[in-house]
Design a protein around this ligand. Sequence first.
Ligand code: SF4
Length: 367
Amino acid sequence: MVNIRPSELHDKLIPWYHANRRDLPWRNTKDPYCIWVSEVMLQQTQVSTVVPYYRQFMIYYPDIPHLASAPEEDILKRWEGLGYYARARNLLKAAGEIAAKYDGKIPDQWDLFRSLPGVGDYIASAVLSIAHGAAYAVVDGNVKRVMARLFCIDDPVNQANSHKVFSVLAKAMLEKNDPGTYNQAVMELGALICKPKTPACDRCPVSSLCGAHKNAKTDVYPVRIKAKKTPVREMATGIIYKKNKLLIIRRPSRGLLGGLWEFPGGQIRNMESTGDACIRTIAEKVNLNIEVDRLLTRVDHAYTHFKIKMDVFTCEYISGRVKLNGPMDFRWVSQDSLTRFPFHKAIHKFFPHLIEVKNRCKMRQNS
Ligand code: SF4
């Protein structure tokens, strides 16, 4: 491993950060709430996507009391499109705990803050170092990549058991007087200069220290283990129309996409046609007999650990009363009111096709 003294790194990196950092809305404050919300949004999501969501979120929920008293469905609506909805649900739960146990003040002690829902090592380190100047080193994808290249680390960045190596190193390199600035500087270097595929070493403030650059191995580091092929699930979904209303259901609050709305359907079994799967899964989940009308569209969507291929059908209500088996709620709604509900991204992908359903409803009404 390459040897770099912490002070050498700080002396080059921190002035560069002050001169080049992006002016982001959460960077002009030390308010732990603002920093926390931004860091939660930034996990798994790009800065350019987060900025408008963050601004809007802060208008509606400027502090812990506003957030803690908000209905979950409202939070999910504001989060709609940002993905990884467990982040939003946990933020809400944590705000509730802070309001109840800590008089609305975000705890500044590691153990207390780290014990809140959704607060892992990364969030705790980022918030406590940036807001309170506490000496905790952040370790995220950017930090790992920068460290792997600077020090020529052979441990794969995407292997769980090598996390410790990066965490020990990040701690050893931390600038203790202003750890928040240092943490942000490493992450900013990773985001702006030391990019995954095309590191801009010619513009890098730490290139004279960097092992990968000096040894012409920027394409070797960071080492990654080959990811397994992502499994694909085949799904069928039905847009059931009854007079001029559509049936939507709400997913259970726990688990993937918890609390979000969707149209009923489910996974296709082996050898089953997608139309038959649509009829079967709707009967199983909402106890309705339907007839498949036509295939509206096919949607491909990727989640972290699997992908889906979803056939979306328009369906005719035949008989039955809704009885839920799995979903936590349902509504018969007009198409115009769909925008009031938070839906997940795969559903949004076929929203433009719903205009066809609307036209069909109009024709039926007029006939
Ligand atoms: S010199 Fe190149 S590889 Fe090394 S840290 Fe800078 S951008 Fe990354």
